[in-house]
Design a binder for this molecule. Structure first.
Ligand SMILES: Nc1ncnc2c1ncn2[C@@H]1O[C@H](COP(=O)(O)OP(=O)(O)O)[C@@H](O)[C@H]1O
Ligand SMILES: [Mg+2]
Length: 237
């Protein structure tokens, strides 16, 4: 079994006085795709924002490569090797696709540079003919591809993808699925927040189910798919 690279350990997270995560725990293993599943409002985005340092847990810890990152600023967490692709697809609308990618270049924390423009275009062939187009002129699916490309240019150890298929046409959802599989094949470690279990079957190795800010299941994706009680209670299937 591959080793754990990221551990969320019993975090309690609040928006103002309202608590959203309750002793939430999960761990991410090197090279796996971990699905973070739960209904709308369950706390998936909050979990990702907490890992990325956008939110700070009131208690509990987050450990990455054996150091606590729970109190670190987002840019330092990014520099340490965790890349967050938020659900609102933050790209620069007034920059070209290529400039959006180029300004995201960053060496990995260990100085390795596995990703560059050429390799990102290979992985995301849809972007290559669009390299001179402005970010703001892309379709939703193309923007989603670009946000993933931007994340890769940062040479992260772990990528957090927040509902990448949300709101996209079925053909683009398929392409996002193919992309996640291709990334997994080259050993990328991914945390994939999703409402849709079906989308994650065939993509994820393991799953954590979250409901009302509590982790209610952790197991392999096939164990989850075989667990009708968990699926019916906590997922819309
Ligand atoms: N900025 C915020 N301020 C207050 N409550 C929020 C905020 N963002 C999300 N919430 C609440 O936190 C809970 C979890 O939200 P979220 O993490 O976005 O869920 P998910 O991503 O699983 O749909 C929901 O009840 C939501 O209404
Ligand atoms: Mg969300």
């Amino acid at each position: 079994m591959s080793h754990s690279v990221l551990q969320v350990d019993k975090v309690n997270v609040f928006y103002g006085s309202s608590q959203v995560l309750f002793n939430m725990s999960l761990d991410v293993r090197q090279g796996e795709t971990l699905a973070l599943l739960g209904r709308n409002g369950a706390g998936k985005s909050t979990t990702m924002k907490t890992i990325a340092g956008v939110l700070t847990p009131k208690s509990g810890d987050i450990r990455f490569k054996n150091a606590s990152i729970a109190a670190r600023a987002p840019h330092l967490i990014s520099r340490a090797g965790i890349s967050f692709v938020p659900e609102d697809r933050q790209i620069f609308p007034d920059l070209t696709v290529e400039d959006n990618l180029t300004i995201a270049i960053k060496n990995s924390a260990d100085g390795k540079k596995p990703w560059n423009l050429e390799r990102v275009y290979d992985m995301l062939p849809l972007l290559s003919p669009l390299k001179n187009r402005l970010g703001g002129q892309l379709s939703g699916g193309e923007q989603q591809m670009l946000t993933v490309g931007r994340a890769l240019m940062g040479n992260p150890d772990v990528i957090l993808l927040d509902e990448p298929s949300e709101g996209l046409a079925p053909i683009m959802v398929q392409k996002i699925g193919d992309l996640i599989n291709a990334l997994r094949k080259v050993g990328t470690t991914i945390v994939l927040a999703e409402q849709n279990l079906h989308f994650c079957l065939g993509l994820a190795d393991r799953a954590v189910v979250i409901d009302k800010g509590v982790d209610v299941f952790c197991g392999t994706i096939s164990e989850l798919n075989a667990n009708d009680e968990i699926k019916q209670r906590y997922l819309s299937v």
